[in-house]
Design a protein around this ligand. Sequence first.
Ligand code: ADP
Ligand code: MG
Length: 695
Amino acid sequence: MARPFALDPLFRALTALPGIGPRNVKLLEKLVGGPKILDLLWHKPIDLVDRRFTPKIAEAPDGRVSTLSVQIHKHFPNERKGQPYKIWCTDETGTINLVFFHAHRAYLEKLFPIGETRIVSGRVEHYQGKLQMTHPDAVGTLEERAQIEILEPIYPLTQGVSGKILHKAALTALKTLPALEEWIDPHYKTRNRWPDWKEAVETLHSPPDETTLDPLHPARARLAYDELLAGQLTLALVRNRQKRQSGRSFPVKGALRNRLLAALPFALTGAQERALAEIDADMAANSRMLRLLQGDVGSGKTVVAALSMLSAVENGAQAALMAPTEILARQHAESLKPWLEAAGIRFAVLTGRDKGKSRETLLHQIGNGAIQIAIGTHALFQEDVAFADLGLAVIDEQHRFGVHQRLELSSKGKGTDVLVMTATPIPRTLTLTAYGDMDVSRLDEKPPGRKPVDTRLIPAEKLDAMIEGLKRQIETGARIYWVCPLVEESDILDLAAAEERYDHLKQIFGDRVGLVHGRMKPADKDEVMEKFAGGALDILVATTVIEVGVNVPQATIMVIENAQRFGLSQLHQLRGRVGRGAEQSYCFLVYSGLLNETAKERLSVMRQTEDGFLIAEKDLELRGAGDILGVKQSGALNFRLAELPAHNELLAAARDDARLIIEKDPELKTPRGEAVRTLLYLFERDQAIQYLRSG
Ligand code: ADP
Ligand code: MG
């Protein structure tokens, strides 16, 4: 089945609408987030102007938006540049001047013919004892009255696209709205008093009253639910498909595990024990494991992964651990080495750097099973890498991957179990959205004995004094990360700021300062990072590219400039780079300018806690969903209609509903299933529909 014909009008190009042509379509596409009419319909008004107030001239109050019906009497063109052009109008109660600056005479004469009646809407001002309306927002003939006297939606705009054009285009688009079969459960819909889809879209752009701006208004809530449901259905379909492919059973036998445990210089935390028990149960079961292991940097995910990999090996299969970067892969190998050796495991590292003969040898050993555990980058999952029998794939810190990539990664083996590790603590509600297809284990307890990072707020004016302090710290062997301002939407500006700071610090500290940024070649970046890790550099200046997870235990100081611009979760991630050794660590949050209340509250949260989950919840509360670190790019949280946290409850309901729908009607063949397919097409989840077919 292809996309239902009923949806065609919604998928036409924006240029099919009046007022939208080749000149402004690009701007509009960018503004509304897509090239089709549906994108425009999903562009939500942010405010309303009430043009339904229609007083007589004499009753029009100062400063209020009024819609007047006036007779045109006389034009007073401006005599000199800079003077306003005035048009004298009346009704039976009084007179008012329409005022225009930079006026085009011919245009105004045509728009306001003398002797005729016109409807004008705008803010009325009492000026030097007279009434005037400067640049009416809307003008029309008596016949057009009904289109003017409305609650007019105000849209987020961009230079080059006017609200008028947008509104007119939206109204035209509404005329071709199809009525769609209902996909929402009828009881749930009635209980919420939700309108049909069509009516909900109409309400958005042709609002009957002020309450429609509220995210919890039935029309907005319904549309949000549609979007959330489409997302959750996609995840449920992915999950269903994964689970249907029969898994393997890897019961824990214990011999290898005990050897590794005996080699550990510490006991597992309660959280590690719990997570491991959950993983053990999944791996022992016949279905496929799809589990997310969430835990702050330093919460001890690696050892949990290692113990899980042993379960696969113990049952005669192989395991793979994939990290997002070369450095991280090597660091993993480094820290796993003593443990795996103690357990007598044959393991190897494979990254993009392995070429030629050595690579061939590695591939051969992976292929014949001589290597039991492979650690590497995405190079592990390239086409020419064939495992003898991959039982478990562990994927570290991969918030940058989407659902589909997860599918690809696990397709290297038959029924391969998948464990995803992330150091981005995500609030529970968002976990649903981003990882709704996975089961979740949380490491919410840190290994004992960590010193809290001493976190301080430093106003930018005190930077020099702080640098004096750093000099003393460096003399005693401290190593410093220095993160430069994040300027939204411009990595060029980011870079300029970082380079400037780098030059500045070099003047003070000499050669022992390094710079890394996102525009460097990976190999160059790695080289600088390695120098810092090895102690050849004392200060590492960086844009935000400090790779998640890079471990330099000797680094004890984190300086973050313009800290007020970062999200809490980002600050938390950055701070997590220090406090990994035995020494006392510091985090200096340097801020510039005056902070507003929210900014103050956010930065003080950082001083109060190091609990990533708590910080993530706060971040969500204070900033909304889209900004939580990293997940934005993955697309998982780019909502058009839903707003978190306002729609948190809907999200949970959508998840339950999606799972239920797929459970009862896995092929979406019932009438409701058909409607659900339409929903998926509406939100361009075509890929999810493919899973139905090929599964
Ligand atoms: P993550 O990968 O979650 O960032 P790691 O697995 O790298 O964290 O663990 C951080 C450090 O803590 C490592 O040096 C590790 O050996 C140590 N560690 C892990 N678990 C424990 C524990 N239960 N008790 C003490 N130290 C631990
Ligand atoms: Mg780690």
